[in-house]
Design a binder for this molecule. Sequence first.
Ligand code: FES
Length: 168
Amino acid sequence: MRATHSALSAHTIQPPPRSMAAAAAASLLHLATSACSPRVRLRGPTGRRPLQERRLRAAAPPPPRAYKVTIEHGGESRVVEVEDDETILSRALDEGIDVPHDCKLGVCMTCPARLVAGEVDQSDGMLSDDVVAQGYALLCASYPRSDCTIRVIPEDELLQVQLATADD
Ligand code: FES
């Protein structure tokens, strides 16, 4: 009986020496962190980012730029930051400036304004090129392209200009 127990003990698997276990653990930890590293996952075998990711990055639009827009309305003047992909009307309303508006689509002409300084893109609006060239704008169709100053005007003023231009 004693001899049998001794024979079993001789064949029992013993844990590896401590230094060997530590080396194995360190190696596994290295593999695990390397596999989880975004740098390893994002780059191909050449060290470059995969083609699909490079194409997505190239196609991504640049971040929007913000311009300082001075809005003159009702005898007051407010400066607001307007990003180039938002309309001046949208920002004005977000800032609590009570400017006249209705459709927000550049159709009803309830948000007329005069561009005093600077540049806006209003290619989505319904104003004729002649009227735009005279400095008129619709707040809901105006995207800033520089720091600018824009003054809210009465609807009648824009309508008269529109009619006069249509008669020419
Ligand atoms: S809100 Fe209608 S044209 Fe601007």
